[in-house]
Design a protein around this ligand. Structure first.
Ligand SMILES: [Ca+2]
Length: 101
């Protein structure tokens, strides 16, 4: 079994596939929490919101490329991608407010 297939069938992948809300205008899933938390970590160290936004958008691009290269079939909708960025920036703001250095 390939690493990609093992990861795709793992309990963690199963958890991350859980969608809470998925409409054309709003998206919330298990990844949203991870994007929020990674935003908090960025907020702890990065004060400039533009740099934070660039990092979060670059991560989304990386995610699209790496899932494609690994052969995953979990395509994200544009709404999902936009909300990943929104959750990341919300996390950044939370991190700036409560954990900034
Ligand atoms: Ca994403």
């Amino acid at each position: 079994m390939s690493l990609a297939l093992t990861l795709q069938n793992s309990w963690i992948a199963e958890y991350l596939r859980k969608t809470v809300v998925n409409t054309p205008y709003f998206h919330l899933d298990s990844w949203s929490l991870i994007h929020f938390c990674s935003g908090v970590i960025i907020g702890k160290y990065v004060s400039n919101w533009i740099i934070a936004a660039v990092l979060i958008v670059l991560y989304e691009l990386f995610e699209i490329i790496i899932t494609g290269l690994m052969g995953f079939t979990l395509a994200e909708s544009p709404t999902d991608i936009v909300y990943d960025i929104i959750w990341g920036m919300a996390g950044w703001k939370y991190g700036r407010t409560f954990f900034a250095r």
